[in-house]
Design a binder for this molecule. Structure first.
Ligand code: XBP
Ligand code: MG
Length: 233
């Protein structure tokens, strides 16, 4: 029986990767580095999930001479990146992808439990949910498994296994919503069925391990769909 939906965040709930890219670039500037991640490079860097892991991968492959100097400050750089991301999203303008608010509302109304399984940092999840679904949004999700709560990020299954553990449910009672190859693999390795919605940066990802692949979760969230419900963003 289906009892819970476990959502990925970046690319699935909202098109957030351009905001991540902006926050990374602003942070590099702040740290006096002349690095700039353009869209093409970022698409390639997204193969490594997690911001700290992504910075380390970039340095190793593109700036090997900086390794000694930058290695020790990656954590501090990434904390600054998270602060910027949260501040930027807090400025408004970010929207949920089509159908997301409606699915959340209707799943809740049907008695399903909701969870999040993401590689992004917890403050980033919080600001996205409250900016798009309102101040009570965090109460909608029973479990938020995020970022460094697990050692191995997607495509490893750890973050989904953590979500299952916190929900107290077997994989067979859950469905995951994902947008990327890494995300689909993570959920599948945890034994969870996946519905994939391809996103801006994952258009060319191999999503064939998902049980279903769709362009998005339904009609744009027209105002009439929200009367009396959550997600009037
Ligand atoms: C999202 C990510 C994250 C964000 C950055 O992948 O890879 O790393 O880009 O987040 P998924 P942090 O949607 O598969 O979870 O900088 O907070 O790590
Ligand atoms: Mg994603």
């Amino acid at each position: 029986t289906l009892r819970a939906i476990i959502f990925d965040v970046d690319g699935t709930l909202a098109e957030t990767e351009e905001e991540h890219r902006r926050a990374f670039n602003e942070t590099f500037g702040h740290f006096g580095l002349d690095w700039r991640w353009d869209r093409k490079l970022y698409a390639e860097l997204l193969k490594v999930t997690g911001g700290k892991e992504r910075i380390r991968d970039y340095v190793a492959r593109h700036r090997p001479s900086c390794e000694g100097r930058v290695g020790p400050i990656v954590k501090a750089m990434h904390e600054a990146k998270t602060e910027r991301y949260v501040a930027n999203l807090g400025g408004g303008g970010i929207k949920l992808r089509p159908g997301v608010a409606r699915l959340i509302r209707e799943a809740k109304a049907a008695g399903l439990r909701l969870a999040v399984a993401t590689t992004t940092s917890l403050p980033n999840v919080r600001i996205l949910l409250t900016e798009t679904l309102g101040p009570d949004a965090l109460d909608l999700f029973e479990v938020i498994a995020a970022g460094d709560m697990v050692a191995a990020k997607k495509p490893a299954p750890d973050v989904y296994l953590l979500a299952l553990d916190r929900l107290g449910l077997p994989a067979a009672d859950c469905v995951a919503i994902e947008d990327s190859y890494n995300g689909v693999m993570s959920a599948r390795r945890a034994g969870i069925a996946v519905l994939a919605t391809s996103s801006e940066y994952t258009r060319f990802d191999d999503l064939r391990h998902a049980q279903g692949v769709v362009s998005d979760l339904g009609e744009p969230d027209a105002p009439y769909l929200h009367l009396g419900g959550v997600g009037s963003s």
